[in-house]
Design a protein around this ligand. Structure first.
Ligand code: SF4
Ligand code: SF4
Length: 332
């Protein structure tokens, strides 16, 4: 029988042991329904999730809710929206109670005296031209000034088909700002012309992502297995989609048979009562879903399937480590 020990040498076994101890229990929170941008293709607004619930404005109710989430076993609060930095008091309520991560467009700088080590993931949607087209402004020009050299911030670079051949330049800009980058792919929820992926483009971007990791290993937080999974939607002999997705809100998960999934995962709306279907768009056709975190989690919850060959298990470890770095469970 194949076992972890029989497949790994001493160094990989150490790496395996380090992540096995983590026991990550994440949930996602819409901190607000508002944003200071309106990006074309934003899953939150395009799916109407901004209208699903009225925002709770009483900070004491947020604090009590977060305490309950902690009691529920959550040890990673992923703050999204909308734009969380529009509500710093809510961000602070999470930060003081739970290990937290804040997704932001980076236009408003988090005060590092108030949030010294809060991990910040700054969204980036391409080069200057694409950001202006999709987001209405060159957000990078502002966010890179706000966070230059910050050791607890990285870019979450959503790659579009129009970025083919251009990713190297962007990654160098990020490196030169003293920051790191993690890549994912646009799902094009609003069907913007020219921004849906064709199979040949997915194959080409996989090569480009692999090349970026080889050339800028200090800047790019990624793994080649992740690139394979995200561009093919395939893991071992399985296809990603609704039947396999691990990131469905647990109390709403009526799938039978139930796949391996994130334990106790919930995505909460900003009224602190309503739950959304999953970690991303409520209305997205799962067969088109390119959500990076959902694909990473898909691998992570399927450890047993990777205890097959040494290569498969090392691939699993690399993706787990990548996730753990992105959410500050282990250092860069
Ligand atoms: S910055 Fe984020 S939340 Fe705001 S519109 Fe763009 S994608 Fe949506
Ligand atoms: S849209 Fe993506 S993350 Fe949401 S349930 Fe479907 S596959 Fe999962």
């Amino acid at each position: 029988m194949k076992t972890v020990s029989s497949l790994l040498d001493a160094e990989w076994h150490e790496r395996y042991k380090r992540i096995s101890r983590l026991n990550i229990r994440s949930s996602i929170y819409d901190v607000t329904n508002r944003c200071n941008l309106r990006c074309k293709g934003c899953f939150f607004f395009s799916s109407g999730e901004d209208k699903a619930a009225a925002e709770e404005t009483d900070i004491r109710k947020w604090e009590a809710f977060i305490d309950r989430e902690k009691e529920r076993g959550v040890n990673l609060a992923i703050l999204i929206g909308g734009e969380p930095t529009l509500c710093m008091d809510r961000v602070e309520a999470f930060y003081k109670r739970l290990p937290s991560f804040c997704a932001t467009n980076g236009l408003i700088k988090l005060d590092r005296d108030r949030f010294p080590d809060l991990m910040v993931g700054i969204s980036l949607w391409g080069d200057e031209e694409d950001e202006k087209l999709l987001r209405g402004k060159d957000a990078f020009a502002i966010s890179s000034k706000n966070y230059a050299g910050d050791p607890n911030a990285y870019y979450l670079y959503t790659i579009t088909p129009r970025q083919l051949g251009k990713t190297g330049r962007i990654i160098r800009k990020i490196r030169d700002a003293g920051l790191k980058v993690h890549m994912q792919l646009l799902s094009n929820d609003e069907g913007v012309d020219g921004f849906s992926w064709r199979p040949d483009e997915l194959a080409a971007i996989r090569d480009e992502m692999d090349d970026a990791l080889d050339r800028y290993p200090e800047t790019v937080i990624s793994s080649k297995y992740y690139h394979e999974i995200i561009t093919t939607g395939r893991m071992l002999d399985r296809t990603f989609g609704w039947r396999e997705c691990p990131s469905v809100t647990e109390p709403l998960d009526t799938r039978d048979p139930r796949p391996r999934r994130l334990i106790h995962f919930i995505r909460w709306a900003s009224d602190l009562q309503t739950m959304h279907r999953c970690c991303t768009s409520e209305t997205r056709d799962c067969s088109t879903c390119k959500d990076g975190a959902a694909h990473m989690s898909w691998v992570m919850v399927n450890k047993r399937a990777h205890i097959r060959t040494a290569k498969d298990l090392r691939n699993w470890i690399e993706i787990y480590e990548m996730f753990a770095k992105l959410y500050q469970f282990i250092p860069w």
